[in-house]
Structure formats: structure tokens, C-alpha cells
Design a protein around this ligand. Structure first.
Ligand SMILES: Nc1ncnc2c1ncn2[C@@H]1O[C@H](COP(=O)(O)OP(=O)(O)OP(=O)(O)O)[C@@H](O)[C@H]1O
Ligand SMILES: [Mg+2]
Length: 262
């Protein structure tokens, strides 16, 4: 306190790092002999929307799954909001609650109503009171445009509606970051936009998002940064316009020429 000037440098790193919500450092992951994540270094800033693209098998899903520890990593470290990912027990359950995940297949509980699907996590993990959980769930279902389906079972909804429920269910846990792994690739084409619209509005509200998708329109509209992966590595990363209009690596050029001609 005698010399406030001396304190300033010491506090700087902590303040600087608070901008970063998810941080991967030298992350390596193997499936047997297959080296699926190779020295991945990636920081996701608070409020940033990151789109991850790359060929099949390049490690995009594994990267997402590593961030909420559905897949343990072999070396390196991953932190969420400055905390190393917990390995097990209650801290791991809390981490999972902080990291919302939406998969290609909607993964709703088939025998529970839409409303129950959305209230279950908050009741069990966040320990909300039933009335509170219901109120919050109805607000979220309203926001994604399916409040009128609340009492139905998942199978009674279209794929696009189910995926919007899956987004509402993840949001109900009040996550710090949302991970989306090809959320629209199992949908009939006419339902893709209703899901992307929800994601665009989430992005514009400041949600931190990691989105694996080949939807270039979404990437251009909503992404702050595109990360291109191939063979378990981050080959290239850039703002979307720069990446799509002027890719640098041969791998990215080749990949874009393939997906853009279809
Ligand atoms: N549980 C597993 N056991 C063994 N190998 C796996 C497992 N999960 C993924 N792999 C392999 O790891 C590599 C990366 O898989 P990953 O699913 O992360 O790729 P991806 O980029 O998401 O591909 P896609 O675009 O097809 O979804 C692939 O070669 C895949 O076959
Ligand atoms: Mg995948």
C-alpha cells in the first residue's frame, strides 16, 4: 500500500486473463494411436463467437467434448473462467452446468415433456424451486418460439423445434459458454434457419459460443473468428470475411472449394 505503483503490474495479468473465458494450452488427445488433438492452443474471449470448421475427422467434436470434459485429454490444460477443469464429482457437475452443449442429435429425454426437459437440470443441479424453474423454462421456450409445445413429448415436435428446445434446455442452466456441435446438420433444410436464427440472436446478446458448423451464412453473420482444423490441428484462424474470401493455407482453400461447390 505504501507504493501503489508497485501493485499495478502484479494485478495486470489477472485482469488481462479475465477477458478469456475458455483457454486451451498445448492440448493433446489420443484415441489409441490416433493423435486427434495436436498441440491445440486456443483462447475464447468472453462474448466471443467462434466458428470451428474443417474436414470430417479433423477433431472438431473431440475439441468440443474436451471443453466440457466429456473427453479427458492426455496432456495440456483447459481452463474455464480461470479454473482448471475439474476431473470428477460435484465440481465436474458444476462445470457441466456452466458449459451448455447442443449436439447434432437433439438428445432430449424422450419420456419427459418439453417443459420437464427444460426444468430438470435447474431443479436437480441449480436447485431452483419448482415454480421458479417453470417460470424460467417458459420464458426460454417463449424465446426460442416453442412455448405452445410445452406439454408435448419430444417425438411430437419437428426436428427444428426439438433442437430449439435443446438450446432452451442448455440455456436454463445459465451457462457461461455454449458449445454447438453441428446443431443443424441432422435437420431438414427448411428447419435449419429457425435454429440458426435462435443462435444468431444468442450471439448478438453476448453469449460466448463455440459453434462447429458448415453453415457459412451463419459464420459470416455471427462469428467473430473462424478456426479451421485439419488432422487434429488448428491450421488457420481469421475473422470470417478474411477466412472465406482469402484463405491462406492449401488445406483451407481445398476444403472451401469442396463445400462451396455443393
Ligand atoms: N470414441 C472414439 N474412439 C476412437 N476414435 C474416435 C472416437 N471419437 C472420435 N474418434 C476419431 O477421432 C478423430 C476425430 O474425430 P471427431 O469426431 O472429433 O472429428 P470431427 O472433426 O468432429 O468429424 P465430423 O466432421 O465427421 O463430425 C476421427 O478420426 C474419429 O474417427
Ligand atoms: Mg464431429
Amino acid at each position: 500500500m505504501d507504493n501503489p505503483g508497485m501493485d499495478a503490474p502484479a494485478t495486470q495479468p489477472a485482469e488481462a486473463s479475465s477477458d478469456v473465458l475458455v483457454s486451451l494450452t498445448d492440448v493433446n488427445k489420443y484415441f489409441g494411436a490416433l493423435h486427434v488433438l495436436q498441440d491445440i492452443n486456443l483462447d475464447v474471449k468472453r462474448g466471443e463467437v467462434l466458428v470451428v470448421i474443417g474436414p470430417s475427422g479433423s477433431g472438431k467434436s473431440t475439441l468440443c467434448r474436451a471443453i466440457n470434459r466429456l473427453e479427458p485429454i492426455n496432456s495440456g490444460s483447459i481452463t474455464l473462467d480461470g479454473q482448471k477443469l475439474p476431473e470428477e464429482g460435484k465440481p465436474l457437475a458444476r462445470l457441466r452446468a456452466d458449459v451448455g452443449m447442443v449436439f447434432q442429435s437433439f438428445n432430449l429425454f424422450a419420456h419427459k415433456s418439453i417443459l420437464e426437459n427444460v426444468t430438470l437440470g435447474p431443479l436437480k443441479v441449480r436447485r431452483l424451486k419448482p415454480a421458479e424453474a417453470k417460470k424460467q423454462a417458459m420464458e426460454l421456450l417463449e424465446r426460442v418460439g416453442v412455448a405452445n409445445q410445452a406439454n408435448k413429448l419430444p417425438a411430437q415436435l419437428s426436428g427444428g423445434q426439438q433442437q430449439r428446445v435443446a438450446i432452451a434446455r442448455a440455456l436454463a442452466m445459465q451457462p457461461k459458454v455454449m458449445l454447438f456441435d453441428e446443431p443443424t446438420s441432422a435437420l431438414d433444410p427448411e428447419m435449419v434457419n429457425e435454429v440458426l436464427d435462435v443462435m444468431v440472436s444468442l450471439a448478438s446478446e453476448g453469449m460466448t459460443m463455440v459453434v462447429v458448423t458448415h453453415e457459412m451464412g451463419f459464420a459470416r453473420k455471427a462469428a467473430d473468428r473462424v478456426v479451421f482444423m485439419a488432422d487434429g490441428r488448428i491450421v488457420e484462424q481469421a475473422p470470417p470475411d478474411q477466412f472465406f474470401d482469402n484463405p491462406q493455407s492449401e488445406r483451407a482453400k481445398d476444403f472451401l472449394s469442396k463445400i462451396l461447390t455443393h
